[in-house]
Design a binder for this molecule. Structure first.
Ligand code: HEM
Length: 370
């Protein structure tokens, strides 16, 4: 753990990281230097309760069952099952497929469904024709959310946004939530908006939550999906998996470890505290170097077993541990099953990195079966 002038404390140790995640007396997610602070400027100060107050515990308790493996496996089968079947068939027929676009569409479909937004709600928000071309609609959605996420650039030293960034972030967020009041009224109780309604959460707050979900679950998951395909190819681990198919859950865990799309997580110190023999002062910032910690174990290896020290630090820890973790597992598992169904490794025909993005990913990743 080291202090960098003007930036704060950088943590590259899994045990210290977990200690910080578990200590909500001295560390906050909503003060300057952490994600909740960023959000309160965009959505409103009420999100402080959603992130850290009694509202946080209540909401997490009420939606917990929507994020269990049984529920997320069923969601994946129902919502992206047909897309994955199509992917499998195209690959088996020798076609070349762009996995970057595919990932963006898969994620758009599943996160919208989880929230309780139908394609027509998305179209009302950002334009497009859900009847004519749903793939195009979800690609638009990805780019809309990505622009919002990219406003996180430049927040390393301070999460206080300049007025231009705040205005643009509010514009994008408001547009995204335009149809939330309609969706909120009719959403199935088995969706996040439906649960918010049953909880009696005000519709504006439900809209804020819908935006948060979209932002938390879109770029991160699409990044993991696309980079899983590229890294497994580049390290020949796709062949290792084909030779040992029972290691598929390990390949999913390795994907999350090696990609760690939420590569840095911020906290602010709210009261003086001693951690790892260092004195942290109220007002200091802390950056947990998730990617660095997770990658210290080595390269992608489907034969690597669960590491009790890092556990699943790619999903954070403590009371803010990623709510979408099981959905991520269900989706990566289903995608990997589709990619390996023919029993042949894939090859990369063409790749281009996506530039100037907050979460690293591919602009294009065209693959076909060898
Ligand atoms: C590979 C994909 C993903 C990664 C790596 C990831 C990572 C993380 C991390 C590190 C945190 C903790 C942030 C902190 O403590 O400041 C978090 C929180 C969260 N994630 Fe994810 N996430 C992913 C996908 C998703 C998905 C698909 C959803 C839902 C649709 C989701 C919803 C959330 C929510 C709601 C929180 C806030 C939880 C809370 O504060 O109680 N995430 N995620």
């Amino acid at each position: 753990m080291r202090k960098v002038p003007a930036l704060g404390w950088f943590v590259a140790d899994p045990v210290v990281a977990r200690q910080i995640y578990n200590d909500s007396t001295h560390f906050s997610i909503v003060s300057e230097g952490a994600a909740g602070h960023w959000w309160s400027q965009v959505i409103g100060d009420w999100v402080r309760d959603l992130f850290e107050g009694p509202g946080h515990t209540e909401l997490r308790t009420k939606v917990r069952d929507l994020f269990t493996l049984t529920h997320t496996d069923a969601l994946v089968r129902r919502v992206i099952g047909p897309d994955l079947r199509d992917l499998r068939e195209r690959l088996a027929a020798g076609e070349t497929v762009d996995m970057a676009a595919r990932a963006q569409i898969l994620v758009g479909r599943s996160v919208s469904d989880l929230v309780g937004m139908r394609p027509e709600d998305i179209a009302a928000a950002i334009g497009g024709d859900p009847d004519a071309d749903q793939d195009a609609l979800f690609l638009r959605l990805f780019h809309h959310v990505e622009e919002l996420v990219n406003l996180g650039f430049g927040t390393m030293a301070s999460t206080t946004l300049d007025p231009v960034a705040v205005a643009r972030a509010r514009e994008l967020a408001t547009q995204l939530a335009v149809n939330v009041p309609v969706a909120y009224e009719r959403a199935d109780p088995d969706t996040t908006l439906g649960r918010c309604r049953e909880l009696g959460l005000a519709v504006e707050h439900a809209a804020g939550l819908a935006i948060l979900m979209a932002v938390a679950g879109t770029d991160t998951l699409a990044s993991a999906m696309t980079r899983m395909v590229a890294i497994m190819h580049d390290t020949d681990q796709h062949r290792a998996l084909l030779a040992a198919p029972h290691r598929l859950p390990d390949a999913v865990r390795e994907t999350l470890r090696v990609t760690s799309p939420a590569y840095l997580v911020g906290r602010s110190v709210t009261a003086d505290v001693r951690v790892a023999d260092r004195d942290l002062k109220a007002g200091d910032h802390v950056k947990i170097l998730t990617w660095t910690i997770n990658n210290a174990a080595g390269d992608f290896d489907v034969h690597r077993d669960y590491n009790p020290e890092t556990r699943q630090l790619w999903f954070g820890g403590g009371r803010h541990l990623c709510l979408g973790a099981q959905l991520v597992h269900s989706e990566l598992t289903a995608l990997l099953e589709a990619l390996t169904a023919a029993g042949r490794p894939w090859e990369i025909v063409h790749r281009r990195y996506r530039r100037k993005v907050f979460i690293p990913t591919y602009e294009s990743l065209r693959i076909r079966l060898a």
